[in-house]
Design a protein around this ligand. Structure first.
Ligand SMILES: C[S@@+](CC[C@H](N)C(=O)[O-])C[C@H]1O[C@@H](n2cnc3c(N)ncnc32)[C@H](O)[C@@H]1O
Length: 209
């Protein structure tokens, strides 16, 4: 199967293949979540591992930071990242400088009320998905779980690195915007990562690669 290119982002053949697998998996997951509601939690592989990224967030960065650099989305390739599923890699020759804007986290904006309708609570807890980002101090969530949604972009594929992440997350709660900036120089071939924070992995630390 050939790779595809969308909005200037190239997706490797294995990604295209995985899209088909993902649709089958998401159908399976919806069946499993129905079973889960009556039987209680299933194996971790079918539950989502938390929802919220807590690392390196400063709550209300001023918006002028967004204007100082362009998105580098056209220099991103989405492909397998060993043991982490898919990941986003920087593939341009230019060096990304510390503080450069790398991309905006995009998805469907949900209130807590909308979130609990979309993901009905099980035993009083909303089962959040791995692509959900909580905008701190706002009770708003950016849901990038639907990869076919026009409002979702490549940043949903940014994986976690707790040791030497090359990105930091910033947000402006008032304007409901979350974005990634380079923490240090980023060169061609590097995978883009940020620290999801301990909360995200609570109880699932063994899964971290
Ligand atoms: C926002 S998604 C990132 C993209 C994801 N890898 C994919 O294939 O769609 C977050 C999920 O990626 C996986 N992941 C991210 N960073 C990881 C890491 N360092 N080790 C293991 N799995 C990781 C986990 O399954 C996590 O719940």
């Amino acid at each position: 199967m050939n790779g595809i290119s969308m909005n200037g982002i190239s997706f490797s053949p294995s990604f295209v293949d995985r899209r088909h697998r993902r649709r089958r998996i998401s159908r399976l997951q919806s069946i499993l979540s129905t079973v889960e509601e009556s039987l209680g939690p299933l194996l971790p592989i079918f539950t989502t591992v938390g929802a919220v990224s807590y690392g390196f967030v400063s709550y209300n960065r001023p918006l002028w930071n967004l204007k100082k650099a362009l998105e580098v989305g056209e220099g991103i390739e989405v492909r397998e990242s060993s043991g982490r599923g898919l990941g986003a890699f920087y593939v341009k020759d230019d060096v990304i400088k510390p503080g450069d804007l790398v991309g905006q986290y995009k998805g469907d904006l949900l209130t807590l009320n909308e979130l609990s309708k979309k993901y009905p609570p099980v035993n009083g807890t909303i089962s959040k998905n791995a692509y959900l980002y909580e905008i701190r101090e706002s009770s708003l969530y950016i849901d990038a779980s639907d990869e076919n949604s026009d409002s979702v972009n490549w940043t949903r594929f940014i994986n976690h690195d707790g040791k030497d992440p090359n990105l930091v997350v910033e947000q402006n709660a008032l304007h409901k915007i979350v974005w990634f900036e380079a923490k240090r120089e980023i060169r061609k071939g590097e995978e883009l990562c940020f620290d999801y924070g301990d909360k995200y992995w609570e109880g699932y630390e063994d899964l971290i690669v």
